[in-house]
Design a protein around this ligand. Structure first.
Ligand code: HEM
Ligand SMILES: CC(C)=CCC/C(C)=C/CC/C(C)=C/COP(=O)(O)OP(=O)(O)O
Length: 311
């Protein structure tokens, strides 16, 4: 085996490996929130421009995922959840992932700027920088506040979408940012609770590792409480309305109930049912953003801005 080539040992990289570098499953929700930002804006976007913008935001998001995978390959190799990723599994060379991430980032930003405007492109560039450099390279390995501050990266896409349509920033787009920003910690900590020792093994200072599980449970609850005024307050802005309000009341009620259950449990109770509550809250967190941003799009359709684009 010693004189086997790299590819004889690990297999040829396939197209699927390069797609996996772009974190496509997470990017579905990221792109969904960006689309909501585009359609909720009070300015109609031509459908072709809108579709192009969505494509370039998706490519930019994917590119930032590739840069994250390149930088984090060493810790991904240690964690059970991530050790099958293309770089730690040996199917893609780190330098290839870095090159893909850099080229795709530049392409996505320039194309978004040419297709729409440079405010939107600048926001996309900043988002990529924030995820790849501020979160991945700096905060992730240095502070348990990593996902609280770094989570801002994932909150920018609706603002990018809004800027695509309007060329600017507004109170509504900042509120949509805050919705994802405040949602990210409970989304992630619910998962960290049932991922057990993964982050300990990798030496990543996640809250579960630095402050322990009871503290993480308290944080899930209080961040979900803090999310309440943002989630409900959006209903009373120009992107909200009765449908959004109904969706927010139901989804936020479910999220609060789950966060409370997490707060009230200890590890013995969680072990006993295989972390069923934590797993459910994580799944519910994904449904939460899909439904709330879906409701924003429905409200936009009712306000006529979507249909207006086709007139
Ligand atoms: C710092 C911020 C965040 C952290 C640390 C985080 C962490 C994670 C982790 C570790 C997973 C586990 C599954 C996987 O490896 O794919 C996950 C899943 C997921 N996250 Fe997040 N997340 C963050 C922000 C976001 C944002 C902003 C979104 C979208 C708006 C998002 C959407 C998703 C989705 C859709 C999944 C499920 C993926 C699947 O089905 O495999 N996350 N997240
Ligand atoms: C448009 C644009 C540029 C969007 C970027 C959106 C963005 C920052 C998404 C990040 C969400 C995410 C996958 C975090 C995972 O944290 P991690 O990387 O620590 O998780 P891991 O342990 O699974 O690698």
């Amino acid at each position: 085996m010693s004189d086997a080539t790299h590819f004889e040992r690990y297999g040829e990289p396939g197209f699927g490996d390069y797609v996996a570098l772009l974190k496509p499953r997470v990017m579905v929700l990221v792109v969904f929130t960006a689309i909501a930002g585009i359609v909720a804006a009070p300015v109609a976007v031509h459908p072709v421009i809108g579709l192009a913008a969505i494509l370039f935001i998706a490519l930019g998001g994917g590119a930032s995922g590739a840069l994250n995978m390149w930088w984090d390959a060493d810790i991904d190799a240690v964690m059970r959840r991530t050790r099958g990723r293309p770089i730690p599994a040996g199917r893609v060379q780190p330098s290839e992932a870095m090159a893909l991430g850099l080229v795709l980032s530049a392409f996505a930003v320039v194309m978004l700027g040419l297709a729409t405007n440079w405010i939107a492109a600048g926001l996309l560039a900043f988002t990529i920088f924030f995820y790849a450099v501020v979160y991945s390279m700096w905060l992730k390995r240095s502070t348990p506040q990593n996902i609280v501050i770094g989570g801002a990266a994932g909150a920018f896409p609706p603002m990018i979408g809004w800027a695509v349509a309007t060329g600017g920033v507004s109170a509504e787009s900042v509120m949509m940012f805050l919705l994802i920003f405040m949602w990210t910690p409970p989304h992630f900590w619910a998962l960290a609770l049932f991922m057990r020792s993964d982050y300990d093994d990798a030496g990543v200072p996640m809250l579960t590792v630095t402050h322990g599980r009871p503290a993480t449970r308290r944080h899930v609850w209080w961040y979900t409480v803090a999310l309440t005024p943002v989630a409900l307050g959006l209903a009373f802005t120009s992107v909200g309305g009765p449908i959004y309000l109904a969706a927010a009341l139901v989804m936020h009620g479910i999220f609060l109930r789950g966060a409370w259950a997490i707060f009230r449990r200890d590890e013995v109770m969680a072990e006993a049912d295989g972390y069923a509550v934590e797993k459910r809250v994580f799944r519910d967190s994904l449904a939460y953003l899909f439904v709330l941003f879906g409701a924003i799009m429905v409200q936009a359709a009712l306000h006529g801005t979507v249909l207006g684009a086709f007139r």
